[in-house]
Design a protein around this ligand. Sequence first.
Ligand code: GLC
Length: 573
Amino acid sequence: MPNTGQRAAAHDWWRTAAIYEVYVRSFADGSGDGIGDLTGVRARLPYLAELGIDAIWFTPWYPSPMADAGYDVADYRAIEPLFGSLAEAEKLIAEAHELGIRIIIDIVPNHGSDQQPWFTEALAAPAGSAERARYHFQPGRGAGGELPPNDWTSMFGGPAWTWVGPAEHGPDGAPGEWYLHLFTPGQPDFNWAHPDVRDEFASVLRFWFDRGVDGFRVDSAALLAKDPALADLGATPTPGSSAPVNSGGTGPVLADPASPHPFIDRDEVHGIYQEWRRIADSYPGHRVLIGEVWLPDAERLARYLRPDELHSAFNFDFLCCAWDADALRGVIDTTLDAHDGVGAAPTWVLSNHDVVRHVTRYGRADTAFSMTDRQIGEPSDLALGTRRARAAALLTFSLPGGVYLYQGDELGLPEVEDLPEELLQDPMWERSGHTNRGRDGCRVPLPWSGDAAPFGYGPDGSTPWLPQPAEWKNLTAETQGGDPGSMLALYRRALRLRRAEPALTGSEQMTWLPSPAGVLMFRRGDGPDAITVVINLSAEPVDLPAGDQVLLSSAPVSGGLLPPDTGAWLTGR
Ligand code: GLC
């Protein structure tokens, strides 16, 4: 039984922070062009302060041709003009700080944009040039070099190589080279063995730390180091094949230590984060590095969280886990054990901009999540999913460690599964040959107020970049703000209590208590301030411990019985 009490000594802000993900394009549109922007975020900072979060994580806000919604960065030191300007980002950082909210920004180090100057210079330079050495350019295979250099495939489907050869056929008939992109062709992978790449990213980190950002979310953090031989994957265990739970991620899984994967979780990657940690630590005010690390093995993930590397990482095992007491308890225990081993704080997350929203997942027959089978269109009982999402919020917010919220979680938004195909923008849709509708359904602009689209997301009469369902008139922040039974009211209250109760964030202690099948029950903290958490995932009501008072519950409790799919926080005070 894990007991994480000994970690409480190192009680730094990120260890317990509630961090809210803002997907800029879909949060709030100040300019009226249908696309969210920094003006929109600035106007909503008071809403976020009232919600009770500690930090915002911004998905990429840099100039980008948007081959992958901004994860193809053309300039790491500027702001996408659709979103605003550097001056406005600086204002936003200052305004958030005044409200006690820290700012985390995405950094995308595995790949840049094909429109970035380094890459256009590389394309213009000949094979073997210094310009090309910052990327992975290789001759092709086959008699005419017309076959990709190896058998790697892109995370979004299709080959991971694009041939620039035909354009290069010169008088000497040289076949030309291919370049590597683990995602779209618009996202060429950097060569992290090249000193220019390391120096450039060190300088980018400093650029933003100098402007006051409190940390970085490191995109695709396990993918940066590549096998120098660029060997075929061949029989190397393929991501997902031995990882039924966490086979997801746009940057999937798996390195068998005995046979290292050619691009996932290679040992060389850790040196990069040790260097980054030294940079972060050289700034005042506890700047943090948060890894997007999709690995099925909690011990391998924990290696990124050693004291001289990243501060924290998303817990995708928890996100992908089915709504099932035994499975969740297994993930919680494994998480706590693995993090304890390196002295890192665990984190808990239910949704983000890459996955199907959990209200929808939890209403399906199969409640687990997998990136490769998103189950779009599978029937979902949204009332049940919402009920479970409420209980899941109380579970998530009462576990020891940090929590991540995705914008709209607090409104209980479901996945939008019926977006018209002609509006789908996620490259997954095209690259999967129209078999995977991709991630647009969790990226639909937020409903803020009013009875009809754009629901206060943008000025009246503006057209959001993706259409919002008419039913969202019942889910606006305005409607829910006035309803004490709403998801928003539950989130506000839970986040407040989480901050105020010493048992929840003042200590990292957690002790499982005996409970009936299908029920998670544990105690946080000790003595009179202790809080007992009960989450009933079974089909029957269960007795709550006698004598305790209900501090908060996700559905009404009466007669000392906790209904199915309900959670409660109890106090003996
Ligand atoms: C991460 C991002 C995802 C993006 C991918 C490539 O997984 O979360 O949205 O497509 O990296 O940068």
